[in-house]
Design a protein around this ligand. Sequence first.
Ligand SMILES: *[C@@H]1O[C@H](CO)[C@@H](O)[C@H](O)[C@H]1NC(C)=O
Ligand SMILES: *[C@@H]1O[C@H](CO)[C@@H](O)[C@H](O)[C@H]1NC(C)=O
Ligand SMILES: *[C@@H]1O[C@H](CO)[C@@H](O)[C@H](O)[C@H]1NC(C)=O
Length: 156
Amino acid sequence: MHWLTSLLILLPCCYALPQRNHSPKYVRRAFTKFHIVPDVIPSFNPVATLDVIFKDQSTGKHVHVAPGKNLTVKQTETIPQFLLKTENTSLFDGPFVIALVDPDAPKPQDPKNSPFRHMLGGDFRVKQDDGKLVNGSVALTEFAPPSPPDGSDPHR
Ligand SMILES: *[C@@H]1O[C@H](CO)[C@@H](O)[C@H](O)[C@H]1NC(C)=O
Ligand SMILES: *[C@@H]1O[C@H](CO)[C@@H](O)[C@H](O)[C@H]1NC(C)=O
Ligand SMILES: *[C@@H]1O[C@H](CO)[C@@H](O)[C@H](O)[C@H]1NC(C)=O
């Protein structure tokens, strides 16, 4: 079973997005291409990119989220790490809100529960040189892993 999660960081007035080695411009185009804009958010103007790293529970390997990349249920079982990728250190203090949303729940053929909230947490800041985002308070919605029904097409 394949699974593609949509993940976004929300700033008060602008958005940053999960991506690795891609420019904010590339990610912005991908959001339009996969209709995340306007299905989930009306517009999107990222100021930085976000590396979202899951740990595959069956192999122990790290899996980086990327637009158009398929992730399995096993790969998305536990809360990922979030790394802010930017040269602009004035963004480090945030604070950021992280929202993980599924625009195709329970399945793309019939997205009646969309958008489904998989996580909503605030108070994230970059605390270390590696760009890792660390939260200072509990999430509003704790991470809930994807659990698509059998026969579901890949989700965005
Ligand atoms: C993801 O899975 C879908 C359906 O199995 C397939 O059509 C698509 O090509 C896959 N994407 C990648 C990047 O492998
Ligand atoms: C860095 O981020 C700050 C805060 O968002 C912004 O005001 C500033 O314009 C940015 N600097 C550059 C060079 O993008
Ligand atoms: C940060 O978020 C995680 C996941 O929601 C939570 O388990 C943890 O307690 C939070 N950290 C703090 C300091 O509240």
